[in-house]
Design a protein around this ligand. Structure first.
Ligand SMILES: [Zn+2]
Length: 333
């Protein structure tokens, strides 16, 4: 009797072990299946299925939010998407704009508006600021709540009735022209300029303001005169259309010096070098830099400075981009 009892016990243990092993196997199998299923639900798997490399996928996940990632998943594979996402100033809302600028050639060579040598960062910059469109098309009134950070360019305009409320006249010491050639700018701009003027003077540099605030009517008559004499194309190349001139903001100053009041040679003066190194400390930036003509819509102007306040001017200066780009990426919310 005793022996039989032991045998039975052993048999039940065996069955138990068998069931246990089976259960473990099923569990392992189930977990694997679940894992496999879970993996098919990940961005890694879905983007890999579309044809993106693991490097591309890491980039997407690090720079895009869920709804953007899902929108990308609904699009076909495009080799240029990772190139644009990788750009510092990539903005998801402009992705289709970037892609529209890329014309794929048989050898994967791309062109922008028929001009060779445009890189992805440049396409991103031009698209972000709207310069892939024709100037003065797709225009909109600028956001007046931005105050000193207001953007006025060939896409953002001021109303014909806008006149800054705090215009003050710029003293004769600080400007070109005769004693009665009054020039005005917003109060804070004039104060900042005088601070800059004093510090520059300590280093033997004498700054002088040429154009400052320009009213809508004045810009209108200047532009119309060019247009009537030489046509719209010429007028656009030489003057802003009324409402689109930064001089109407009262925040822009054309600055020369006692030694040089020539637009063509000012860029070669020590005054210009001083301004490039120091203007941001007083709240001013060079508004139309060299090499950025397509982005700003203006030829290089070594004399045209824009007041933004010290904090913002310093940020734009340190970022090393035009104000149009800075505004599009950081402020146009
Ligand atoms: Zn100017």
């Amino acid at each position: 009797m005793k022996k039989k009892k032991v045998y039975r016990l052993k048999k039940s243990v065996k069955i138990f072990i068998l069931i246990f092993i089976l259960a473990i196997c099923l569990l392992i199998f189930g977990i694997k299946k679940l894992n496999d299923y879970m993996y098919t639900q990940t961005y890694e798997y879905k983007f890999a299925q579309l044809g993106y490399s693991s490097e591309n996928i890491k980039l997407f996940i690090s720079k895009l939010n869920d709804s953007e990632l899902n929108e990308l998943l609904a699009m076909e594979f495009n080799e240029f998407i990772p190139e644009f996402v990788n750009c510092k100033y990539f903005m998801y809302k402009n992705l289709n704009g970037y892609l529209s600028q890329v014309i794929t050639q048989e050898d994967d060579f791309f062109k922008y508006h028929g001009t060779e040598g445009y890189d992805y960062d440049n396409i991103v910059a031009l698209t972000n600021v709207g310069s892939i469109f024709k100037y003065y098309e797709n225009t909109k009134p600028t956001d007046m709540n931005k105050d000193y950070a207001i953007l006025v360019n060939k896409f953002y305009y001021l109303s014909s009735t806008y006149v800054p409320e705090d215009l003050v006249s710029i003293g004769w010491d600080y400007r070109l022209g005769g004693p009665k050639d009054y020039k005005y700018a917003r109060k804070e701009v004039v104060e900042a300029f005088i601070n800059m003027w004093n510090d520059a003077k300590m280093e033997g540099i004498y700054l002088l303001v040429d154009s400052a605030y320009r009213e809508y009517e004045k810009q209108d008559s200047v532009y119309r005169e060019y247009e009537n004499k030489h046509g719209t194309k010429y007028a656009d190349s030489i003057a802003a259309r009324p409402g689109f001139s930064e001089h109407q903001t009262g925040l822009s100053l054309d600055i020369y010096s006692k030694e040089c009041v020539s637009a063509s040679t000012f860029k070669d003066t020590k005054t210009y070098a001083w301004l490039i190194a120091n203007a941001h400390k007083y709240g001013f930036i060079l508004r139309y830099p060299k090499g950025k003509e397509k982005i700003t819509g203006y030829n290089y102007e070594s004399w045209h400075y824009r007041y933004l306040g010290v904090d913002l001017a310093t940020k734009v200066y340190e970022e090393g981009i035009t104000y149009d780009e800075y505004y599009a990426f950081y402020l146009d919310k």
